[in-house]
Design a protein around this ligand. Structure first.
Ligand code: IMP
Length: 425
C-alpha cells in the first residue's frame, strides 16, 4: 500500500506509536502531520524504551526517511534536544530527517501564554499539556506566526518576533521582564543553522516519493475526539487530529491515500479536562490504570480510564473513513470479571448513538452498556488469533460487528512482537 494513514480514534494515547513502529518496517517514509510536543509517542524498540514528542517514530528504523510536515508546530528547542538525545543513542539523522519549511514554530512566548491562559481559565481549564500548542496555532491563524524557514533569515525573524511581542505587550509584560529577547533570537538563528540541511519543501518531497511508488506512513498524533472541529470542543487540542489533518498537514494529494487505519484501545482513556461518559472512577478504573500504565508520556499525569465507547468510535470511524482497526492493550483485560461496552447514550431521556457535538449534551450523556464476560488467562504471549481465549474473541468480534470494520491488528503487549495480525483484506 503506497500510502497509509494511522489515526487515533478516541482521546489520544491509543497506542499509535507501537502500531506505527510495527508498520514502519514495511514503509520507506514516515510523516508526522499535526500537533507538536503535546504528543508523547512511547515505543519499546529493540528492548529499549523511547519517547519521542516531535520526531516521527520511524526514526528508530535506520533506513527510513522521516518527515515533519507543514501542519506540525515545532518547538525548536525541543526539536534540537530530541535530535541530540537520539544521536547519543546512535541514531543517525543524515539525509533522513526532513522538516517542512512551512511548519510553524512554538516560541517560549507561546509556552508561557499557554500556561497563563490555563491559569486564567481557572476551574474551566482545558488541562492542556502546556506545550504552547494553542497559542502557536492561534498565531498561525492570525498570520503573525513564524515558520521554520524564517529561522534562516535573521532580519526577517527578528522583525517577526518583534511584531509578536509588540502585539501582546500587556500579556507578555512579566515574560519580557524575565527574558532576554536578543538571546532568544540568537538561539533560534543557531538552531536554524543546525537544521538548515533538513529544511525542505515537504509537500513536493512527499508527492515525489508517492510518484516513485515509495510506501509512506502518515503518523497521527492525539485522537479524533480531541480534534479542533470534531472533538469535545472546547476540551480539545488545536489541530485536526482526524483525516483532514493528514491532508492539510502534509500536502498529500488526497486521491493518493490508500488505507486509513484507526487505532483504538480496548478501553478508553482521557487526560486533561472535559466530559468522559464511560469513565470508571473506582476499583476497575484503578486496575486498568495500573496494569495499563496509563500515565501521560508528556506530562506524567494519570489518565482517566473507562469502558470502550462504541458511540464515540462509530462517530470517529464515520469522520475518518477507517478501512480497518488496530486494537491495542487487549492484554489489560485479563483478570477482570466482566467487560462493558457502551453502545449508546441517553441524553434527557433520548437514545443517542453518536458522539454529540455540543459539550452541554456530552456532559449529560448517560452511557448505556452491554456486558461481556472477560477471561483470566494472560494473553501477552499469544501470537495467533485462534489461540486467544474464547471470550477475548467474542469481545473483538462484537466490536467488529457494531463498528462494521475488520480488526486486523491486535496488540497484546508493548513489544513489537506482541502483536497478532489478522489478514482480513
Ligand atoms: P494541548 O494539545 O496541549 O493544547 O492540550 C489540549 C487537550 O488535548 C488536553 O486535554 C490534553 O491533555 C490533550 N492532549 C494533547 N496532546 C495529547 C496526547 O498526545 N495524548 C492525549 N491527550 C493529549
Amino acid at each position: 500500500m503506497p500510502s497509509t494513514v494511522v489515526l487515533g480514534a478516541s482521546w489520544g494515547d491509543e497506542g499509535k506509536a507501537k502500531i506505527v513502529d510495527t508498520l514502519a518496517e514495511k514503509m520507506d517514509v514516515i510523516v508526522r502531520f499535526q500537533g507538536g510536543c503535546n504528543a508523547g509517542h512511547t515505543v519499546v524498540h529493540e528492548d529499549k524504551k523511547f519517547v519521542v514528542h516531535i520526531i516521527p517514530v520511524g526514526i528508530l528504523h535506520p533506513q527510513k526517511i522521516c518527515i515533519i510536515g507543514n501542519g506540525v508546530v515545532i518547538n525548536p528547542y525541543q526539536l534540537i534536544a530530541e535530535i541530540e538525545d537520539l544521536q547519543k543513542q546512535k541514531i543517525s539523522f543524515e539525509n533522513r530527517l526532513f522538516i517542512s519549511s512551512q511548519a510553524h514554530i512554538t516560541l517560549p512566548i507561546h509556552t508561557y501564554l499557554d500556561e497563563m491562559n490555563e491559569k486564567k481559565r481557572s476551574k474551566n481549564a482545558i488541562g492542556t499539556t502546556k506545550s504552547g500548542i494553542g497559542p502557536t496555532y492561534a498565531e498561525k491563524s492570525s498570520r503573525s506566526g513564524i515558520r521554520i524557514s524564517d529561522l534562516l533569515d535573521s532580519k526577517y525573524l527578528s522583525a517577526r518576533i518583534d511584531n509578536i511581542i509588540n502585539s501582546k505587550k500587556e500579556l507578555l509584560s512579566d515574560w519580557i521582564d524575565k527574558n532576554d529577547v536578543k538571546k532568544m533570537k540568537m538561539d533560534l538563528i543557531n538552531i536554524g543553522k543546525k537544521i538548515e540541511k533538513s529544511i525542505v519543501d515537504t509537500p513536493i518531497l512527499i508527492n515525489r516519493f508517492l510518484d516513485e511508488n515509495k510506501d509512506i506512513l502518515f503518523e497521527g498524533a492525539q485522537g479524533t475526539l480531541l480534534d479542533i472541529d470534531f472533538g469535545s470542543y472546547p476540551f480539545v487540542t488545536s489541530s485536526n487530529a482526524s483525516i483532514g489533518g493528514a491532508i492539510t498537514g502534509s500536502g498529500i494529494n488526497p486521491k493518493k491515500i490508500n488505507k486509513i487505519i484507526g487505532v483504538m484501545k480496548a478501553y478508553f482513556t482521557r487526560v486533561g479536562n472535559g466530559p468522559f461518559p464511560t469513565e470508571l472512577k473506582g476499583k476497575i478504573g484503578n486496575f486498568i490504570r495500573e496494569k495499563g500504565q496509563e500515565f501521560g508520556a508528556t506530562t506524567g499525569r494519570p489518565r482517566k480510564c473507562g469502558w470502550f465507547d462504541l458511540a464515540a468510535t462509530k462517530y470517529s470511524s464515520m469522520i475518518n473513513g477507517f478501512d480497518e482497526i488496530a486494537l491495542t492493550k487487549l492484554d489489560i483485560y485479563s483478570g477482570l470479571k466482566e467487560i462493558k461496552i457502551c453502545t449508546h447514550y441517553e441524553i434527557d431521556g433520548e437514545k443517542i448513538d453518536y458522539f454529540p457535538n455540543r459539550i452541554q449534551q456530552l456532559e449529560k450523556a448517560v452511557p448505556k452498556f452491554i456486558s461481556l464476560p472477560s477471561w483470566n488467562e494472560e494473553i501477552s504471549d499469544i501470537r495467533k488469533y485462534s489461540n486467544l481465549p474464547k471470550n477475548a474473541k467474542i469481545f473483538i468480534e462484537t466490536l467488529e460487528k457494531i463498528i462494521n470494520l475488520p480488526i486486523t491488528i491486535i496488540s497484546v503487549g508493548p513489544e513489537k512482537n506482541q502483536t497478532i495480525f489478522r489478514n482480513k483484506n
